[in-house]
Design a protein around this ligand. Structure first.
Ligand SMILES: Cc1cc2nc3c(=O)[nH]c(=O)nc-3n(C[C@H](O)[C@H](O)[C@H](O)COP(=O)(O)O)c2cc1C
Ligand code: SF4
Length: 443
């Protein structure tokens, strides 16, 4: 565990308990000193988004604040609590353990951009976390926290795309999670031709960090991590490891410290970082866990969720599960994505079943080259990166299946969507469900 942590060991029971430990100082400071002071603090901290791309939070908030002020438009803040990335389970523990810090982070962002309203969008199926959020919001209203009475908790469907920021806005508006074309700072919530309503979208962990940074100043945060990727991150490690779980560590520790020393991987063959990055291998174990170092090494930090596959696994079967997930989650607005992910999934299934040929392998490779053409969102780019890197990194596994050999069902793995991780035993519960699409329901 890091000295500096945003994930408490034990759940914080009430707003009073949170405030007794110094909670609320960030919001008080934002109100007292104003948006420019908050932005200067976040910039000095160099907080980067924890939802996948590592985008600097101060720049995001600044662009929305300035765009709203310049055009005299309404603005909004939406917290992305959809947590749908395969292998990731950190936003739910953060909410379950301390929803008050997240509420504070949302309200600080709302103060900075002058938001008309703010929302936390999460999945209806995360029932415990939804209850914690509603209670925390209601306690904040009772305590008179500014903006809390204009904070909505929105529940949405299980779709992977619910977490894509442009689809998240659609869902908050009560529509299906289908990504729009333009990003939230250009076309925000309830936007019209006359009013673009620039909107901040941030991940749960990002906003939780922001609350603490604004309350304490940038130094304690910057005392952890690296120059370019400061602070801590809540990592998830599941799969073929002895101690699966979620662990908050300073950025800059090596992948080996997390995956081998802490989580207990003994014979990793592949390391999956969500479905938006190339696959990692044991060669990446000594790379520091920071956004740029991992990207330069041909891997990726993503949202800090790692799925470990041991030497005994068949990488064609692993890829087939990922391909099936991405094809099912593609919404069909962009032809190359829908047809490409579908074709890849079909061919991968054939390879795994023992009916595969070289033609299947060639078609999969070809599809990775244009599946993301003219796409509205990053899903197919993730499919291209993940599938292509699997084929390139594990040629023997793919050659065997292309020669008609079936994958061994005894080493089969599930789609790595996580329903829960038992905090005492470390047992991982995989999500066996397929997609359902109930409409969003504001609470
Ligand atoms: C298909 C897809 C699914 C995503 N799912 C999530 C998610 O569940 N949670 C999340 O915070 N970001 C998710 N993202 C990233 C968001 O679009 C967005 O970049 C993020 O919420 C920004 O927050 P940050 O700046 O705090 O990192 C997803 C992106 C894509 C393309
Ligand atoms: S790229 Fe794919 S998932 Fe994204 S909007 Fe287009 S069809 Fe939907």
């Amino acid at each position: 565990m890091a000295d500096y942590a945003i994930l408490p060991d034990q759940p914080v029971a009430s707003l009073d308990a949170y405030m007794a430990e110094g909670g609320g100082a960030g919001l008080a400071r934002a109100i007292e000193e104003g948006g420019e002071a908050v932005l200067a603090t976040l910039k000095a901290a160099h907080l980067r988004g924890r939802g996948g791309a590592g985008f600097p939070t101060a720049i995001k908030w600044r662009s929305v604040r300035d765009a709203a002020a310049e055009g005299d438009h309404p603005s909004y803040v939406v917290c992305n609590a959809a947590e749908g990335e395969p292998g990731t389970y950190k936003d739910r523990p953060l909410i379950a353990h301390n929803p008050f810090r997240l509420v504070e982070g949302v309200l600080i962002a709302a103060q900075v951009v002058g938001a008309s309203r703010s929302y936390i969008g999460t999945k209806a199926k995360f029932t415990h976390e939804v209850q914690r959020l509603i209670s925390a919001r209601d306690e904040a209203i009772a305590a008179g926290w500014p903006g809390a009475e204009r904070l909505g908790i929105v529940t949405g469907p299980d779709d992977y795309l619910f977490g894509e920021e442009k689809a998240l806005l659609e869902t908050v508006e009560g529509k299906e999670p289908m990504p729009r074309i333009l990003p939230p700072f250009q076309v925000g919530l309830f936007a019209t031709m006359a009013s673009p309503n620039p909107t901040v979208v941030n991940n749960v962990e990002t906003l939780s960090h922001a609350a603490r940074i604004v309350g304490e100043g940038p130094e304690p945060f910057r005392a952890n991590g690296t120059e370019a990727s400061p602070g801590t991150m809540v990592f998830t490690v599941v799969g073929d490891v002895e101690r699966p779980g979620f662990y908050e560590l300073p950025l800059g520790v090596t992948l080996r410290e997390l995956v081998v020393d802490i989580a207990g991987a003994t014979d990793p063959k592949a390391i999956l970082s969500g479905t938006s990055n190339p696959v990692g291998t044991p060669e990446h174990l000594d790379v520091p866990l920071c956004f740029d170092a991992l990207r330069h090494a041909g891997f990726g930090l993503g949202s800090g969720g790692f799925v470990i596959y041991g030497q005994h696994r068949d990488m064609v079967q692993v890829t087939e599960r990922l391909g099936a997930f991405l094809a099912a989650e593609s919404c069909g607005q962009c032809m190359a994505c829908k047809l490409g992910t579908g074709a890849m999934a079909e061919r991968l299934e054939r390879l795994v079943s023992g009916g595969g040929t070289q033609d299947d392998l060639h078609e999969i490779i070809k599809r990775t080259e244009y599946v993301s053409d003219q796409s509205r969102c990053f899903l197919p780019m993730g499919a291209a990166l993940t599938v292509r890197s699997m084929v390139d990194t594990f040629p023997d596994d793919f050659a065997a299946c292309a020669a008609g050999q079936a994958s061994d069902p005894d080493v089969a793995v599930p789609i790595p969507k996580i329903t829960g991780i038992d905090e005492t035993t470390g047992e991982v519960i995989w999500d066996p469900t397929t997609r359902e699409s109930p409409k969003a329901e504001p609470t």
